[in-house]
Each structure stands twice: as structure tokens, then as C-alpha cells.
Design a binder for this molecule. Structure first.
Ligand code: HEC
Ligand code: HEC
Ligand code: HEC
Ligand code: HEC
Ligand code: HEC
Ligand code: HEC
Length: 284
């Protein structure tokens, strides 16, 4: 009898204890769930523009001349690596920061590094940039000075990318390269100098600081092939020391770290699963 009642009361106690033990668990689950919902809300970058507009740079610094210029990444990145333009030619990684003018182009810098009427691409000479004798009706000028003009361009996004593999967001550039539909050149005679052999391209796994956030895969090797080392080190990732900086999703959204490219030219930050591999299916 005594033992029975003891058992009963201890069972009651255990039940109460179980409830008390469950409370932190329930709270933890709540926090995790909330964490998931909240992070999907606050870490949501602003929507990306149409793929045809993505990576478009409008150069309208000049008050004189045949009008504003359009530069499209979708066209040029299918022909050249990021490294070739941003290191060998020397374009800034920020719109309008390079200081391109008709004169620099004529002297063979900037756009004129390729658009000089002499250099070849797939056996054809590349049409030349700004000449000394401005003539706003010149068809050739309007191919670049194209803002607000219809039917002056040869290439159009939809037609040009029709045969490229598509992903969640526009062209899947990695797949396009793998399948061989594009072969971006990393060397242009007269522009590039012989490169030293690249070293240290081991992949890094970026472990996020929060348990509910899916880990990020970052391929050092693939990125080095597209970007060389110089596009990231030392400017975007100032350190060559592992895990010395913590780059948060907020700073990505502000356009720093991964966001220096992802959100401007490489696939946008809205595609969470592109980086947070194995993220839940409801994530974009
Ligand atoms: C044919 C040359 C060329 C290639 C190839 C190229 N870029 Fe650019 N990129 C430019 C030019 C030109 C600008 C504008 C610079 C300026 O206005 O001063 C630019 C600007 C940028 C910007 C800043 C955009 C903004 O809105 O502020 C980023 C980021 C960028 N490029 C990344 C890349 C990446 C990543 C690749 C490879 C996938 C790439 N670029 C390939 C020429 C190129
Ligand atoms: C690394 C070489 C390279 C550089 C640098 C470069 N381009 Fe090009 N660009 C090309 C090639 C090659 C083509 C394709 C030409 C063709 O097929 O007629 C092209 C095509 C274009 C077109 C397409 C024209 C059309 O009719 O659709 C525009 C516009 C253009 N470039 C603008 C620019 C501007 C503006 C700059 C400088 C900010 C620039 N490019 C820098 C290589 C380059
Ligand atoms: C390959 C692309 C390209 C072509 C083709 C081109 N331009 Fe330009 N041009 C530019 C860029 C880029 C700028 C700088 C625009 C800016 O920042 O506002 C520019 C600027 C100019 C300016 C403004 C003055 C200055 O010093 O910046 C004049 C004038 C000009 N171009 C004339 C011409 C004429 C004339 C032609 C045709 C014979 C021509 N351009 C063809 C890319 C081109
Ligand atoms: C270009 C790659 C990339 C994309 C795309 C991306 N993330 Fe991240 N995310 C990162 C990196 C890198 C970190 C930081 C890892 C570290 O150092 O802790 C991170 C961290 C986070 C964190 C943890 C909090 C923090 O600030 O460190 C959250 C939450 C997060 N991402 C949510 C998202 C959501 C939601 C999306 C889609 C809307 C998304 N991410 C898309 C690369 C990306
Ligand atoms: C797309 C950007 C990007 C490119 C391109 C890139 N890196 Fe890195 N690198 C990173 C990031 C991100 C880290 C980690 C930084 C951190 O954790 O603080 C890193 C870390 C490193 C480290 C320290 C960690 C380690 O693995 O020892 C070295 C060394 C390094 N990079 C060398 C290179 C070299 C050499 C190249 C060219 C072959 C290169 N990187 C190209 C982004 C890049
Ligand atoms: C200098 C520009 C640049 C920076 C900085 C950069 N990326 Fe990328 N990344 C690219 C380009 C270009 C591609 C090719 C695909 C595309 O353009 O959409 C790419 C593709 C990827 C891919 C898909 C290919 C793969 O590796 O499986 C992942 C994942 C990725 N980036 C993650 C990151 C993360 C995480 C960071 C920050 C630590 C980062 N990237 C920083 C330019 C960049």
C-alpha cells in the first residue's frame, strides 16, 4: 500500500517534472520556428529586376555626345570571364566608377580595349567605340549610345539566351558554361599578360552562426576560375585568413561580401537555395 501510494505520488511528480522538462523544449522549438519565419522575412532582399535588366549598367555621365550608353553583362559575360574585364581591362566593380570617356575609349582603354575596330571575336572585328567626328546618326555609335532608341541593337536578351539553360532566375550561367553553350575567354591577345599559375583554391564551407540557418557552400575553386583571385582579395574579402571576418546576411544584402556580386551580376540573393543548400523547399 505504502509503496503503491509512493509510486503514485512519484508518478504524479514525474508527470509534473515531465511538463517542466518539456517547457524549455517547446520554447526552443518556438524560437527555432520563429527564427525561420523571422529570418525569411527580415533577410529578404529587395526583388531582383527582370533577368534582361539584371547587370545592366547605364553610363550617362556625359552631357555631350550621342546620348547615354547601355552596357549589358548578360551579353559580355557569355564571351569573357569576369576577371578579364575587371582585372585585365580594369573596370571598377561599381557602376559609373571607372571614369570611362570618349577619349579613354579612343586611346584603347575601357570599352576601347576591345571595341577598337581591329580586335577579333570569333573571326569578326569588334565594332569600334567613340570616334573623333561625332555624328549622332551613326548606326555604329547607336549600338552603344542606345538609351531611348529603338531597333539600333543587334543583340536582344530573349533571342540571345534562347538556347541557354535556365534556372530559378534567368540563365543558369554555371550550367551554360558546363554544357559548353558559352566559353568565356580569360585571355585576349594584347590585353592580358601571362598569368601566374593560380594556387590555393580549396573549397570553404561557411558555417552560419545560427543553428536554424542552412550552411552555405562556397566553392573557392569555381569562383577563382570566373573571378581570378583579385576580384575578391583584398578588396571584397580583405583577409586571406580563414574565418577572421564574419560576413552576415545583412551585409550581403547591403551589397558587401557575397552581395558585391550576388544581387548585381551573379544570381541574386533572393535565390536562398543557391547558397544555403538543402534549405527547406518553401525557401525561394
Ligand atoms: C566585357 C567586360 C565585362 C565583363 C566580362 C564583366 N564585367 Fe562587370 N562590369 C563591366 C563594366 C564596364 C562595368 C561598369 C563599370 C563602370 O560603370 O565604371 C561593370 C560593373 C560590374 C559590377 C557593378 C555593377 C553595379 O550595378 O554597380 C559588378 C558587381 C560586376 N561588374 C561584376 C561582374 C561579374 C561577377 C562578372 C562575371 C560574371 C562581370 N562583372 C563580367 C564590365 C565587365
Ligand atoms: C573584353 C572585350 C570587350 C570589352 C572590354 C567591351 N566589349 Fe562590348 N562587346 C564585345 C564583343 C566581342 C561584342 C560582340 C560584337 C559583335 O558580335 O558584333 C560586344 C558587343 C557589345 C554591344 C552589343 C551591340 C549590339 O548591337 O547589340 C554593346 C552595346 C557593347 N558591346 C557595349 C560595350 C560597352 C559600353 C563597353 C564598355 C563599357 C564594352 N562593350 C566593353 C567585347 C567587349
Ligand atoms: C562600344 C561602345 C561605344 C560605341 C560604339 C561608341 N561609344 Fe561613345 N561613349 C561610350 C561610353 C561608355 C562613353 C562614356 C559615357 C558616359 O559615361 O556617359 C561614351 C561617351 C561619348 C561621348 C561623350 C564625351 C566624352 O568624352 O565622354 C561622345 C561625344 C561619344 N561617346 C561619341 C561617340 C561617337 C561619335 C560614336 C560613334 C562613332 C561613339 N561614341 C560610339 C561608348 C561607346
Ligand atoms: C550568395 C549566397 C547567399 C544567398 C543567395 C543567401 N545567403 Fe544567407 N548567408 C550567406 C552567407 C555567406 C551567410 C553568413 C555565414 C556566416 O558567416 O555566418 C548567410 C547567413 C544567413 C543567415 C544567418 C544570419 C546572419 O546574418 O549570418 C540567415 C538567416 C540567412 N543567411 C538567410 C537567407 C535567406 C532568407 C536567403 C534568401 C532570401 C539567403 N540567406 C540567401 C549567403 C547567402
Ligand atoms: C568570390 C570570391 C573569392 C575568390 C575569387 C577567391 N577567394 Fe579566397 N576567400 C574568399 C572567402 C569568402 C574566404 C574566407 C574569408 C574568411 O573566412 O574570412 C577566402 C579565404 C582565402 C584564404 C584563407 C583561407 C584558406 O583557405 O587558407 C586564402 C589563402 C585565399 N582565400 C586565397 C585565394 C586565392 C589564391 C584565390 C585565387 C586563386 C582566391 N582566394 C579567390 C573568397 C574568394
Ligand atoms: C566577385 C564576384 C562574386 C563574389 C564576391 C561571390 N560570388 Fe558566388 N558566384 C559568382 C559568379 C559569377 C557565379 C556564377 C553563377 C552566376 O553568375 O549566377 C557564382 C556562383 C555561386 C554559386 C553557385 C556555384 C557553386 O559554387 O556551386 C554559389 C553557391 C555561390 N556563388 C556562393 C557565393 C558565396 C557564399 C559568396 C560569399 C562568400 C559568393 N558566392 C561571393 C560571383 C561571385
Amino acid at each position: 500500500m505504502l509503496t503503491y501510494s509512493m509510486k503514485k505520488s512519484s508518478m504524479k511528480k514525474r508527470k509534473r517534472k515531465n511538463k517542466r522538462e518539456l517547457l524549455p523544449l517547446v520554447l526552443a522549438w518556438g524560437v527555432l520556428l520563429l527564427g525561420n519565419i523571422v529570418s525569411a522575412q527580415i533577410y529578404l532582399p529587395k526583388p531582383a529586376p527582370e533577368p534582361s535588366e539584371y547587370g545592366k549598367v547605364i553610363l550617362d555621365n556625359s552631357k555631350t555626345g550621342p546620348g547615354a550608353v547601355v552596357f549589358d553583362h548578360w551579353l559580355h559575360r557569355s564571351m569573357y570571364t569576369c576577371r578579364l574585364c575587371h582585372v585585365d581591362v580594369g573596370f571598377a566593380m561599381q557602376a559609373k566608377a571607372t571614369g570611362i570617356t570618349a577619349r579613354t575609349n579612343r586611346e584603347g582603354f575601357h570599352c576601347g580595349a576591345c571595341h577598337d575596330g581591329k580586335k577579333l571575336f570569333e573571326g569578326r572585328t569588334i565594332f569600334p567605340a567613340c570616334s573623333d567626328t561625332p555624328n549622332s546618326n551613326d548606326q555604329q555609335c547607336n549600338r552603344c549610345h542606345s538609351v531611348g532608341k529603338k531597333g539600333v541593337r543587334k543583340y536582344e536578351y530573349k533571342k540571345f539566351t534562347a538556347k541557354f539553360p535556365k534556372g530559378v532566375y534567368g540563365v543558369n550561367w554555371e550550367a551554360a558554361e558546363k554544357s559548353g553553350v558559352i566559353k568565356p575567354a580569360d585571355f585576349v591577345e594584347g590585353l592580358s599578360v601571362g598569368k601566374p599559375k593560380m594556387q590555393n583554391r580549396q573549397d570553404l564551407s561557411v558555417v552560419t552562426a545560427y543553428p536554424w540557418v542552412h550552411p552555405v557552400t562556397f566553392s573557392h575553386e569555381k569562383h577563382s576560375i570566373w573571378n581570378g583571385c583579385e576580384l575578391c582579395h583584398p578588396e571584397i574579402f580583405p583577409t586571406a585568413q580563414k574565418e577572421t571576418i564574419h560576413f552576415s546576411m545583412f551585409s550581403n544584402i547591403e551589397g558587401r561580401y557575397c552581395g558585391a556580386c550576388h544581387g548585381k551580376v551573379a544570381f541574386p540573393l533572393n535565390h536562398c537555395q543557391g547558397c544555403h543548400t538543402n534549405a527547406p523547399p518553401w525557401a525561394p
